[in-house]
Design a protein. Structure first.
Length: 106
């Protein structure tokens, strides 16, 4: 069991069911499951897709965040998948610095 600290959220990285089950045994709060869609950061990696993602989420002992190839368009495809949220790297990096955005827009 991973030691919990008050006010901290513990997460794990997962690429399939075995890793999700391991994350559950560790007692983490959530897992980042990837890659959900094709992503430039891992070219050639086999993407899970929305259907397989939803199956894995239903079997997961912990909350799941979708990661990999996430942008506004692909995130919309996950609305009924059961994920607790999405995480993005490329889409956020390509959006430019926060200082260039209007107040209230993240």
């Amino acid at each position: 069991m991973i030691g919990h600290r008050r006010g901290w959220v513990t997460t794990a990285a997962a690429h399939g069911l075995a890793a999700l089950m391991g994350a559950g045994r560790l007692g983490v709060d959530a897992a980042f499951l990837s890659p959900v869609f094709a992503t430039g950061s891992h070219p050639g990696a086999s993407a899970l897709g929305p259907v397989r993602l939803a199956r894995l989420v239903r079997k997961s002992p912990c909350a799941v965040y979708a990661l990999g190839g996430i942008d506004c368009r692909t995130a919309a495809r996950l609305q009924r998948s059961g994920v607790c949220g999405v995480a993005a790297i490329g889409a956020v990096a390509e959006a430019g610095p926060l200082s260039d955005r209007p107040p209230g827009v993240v």
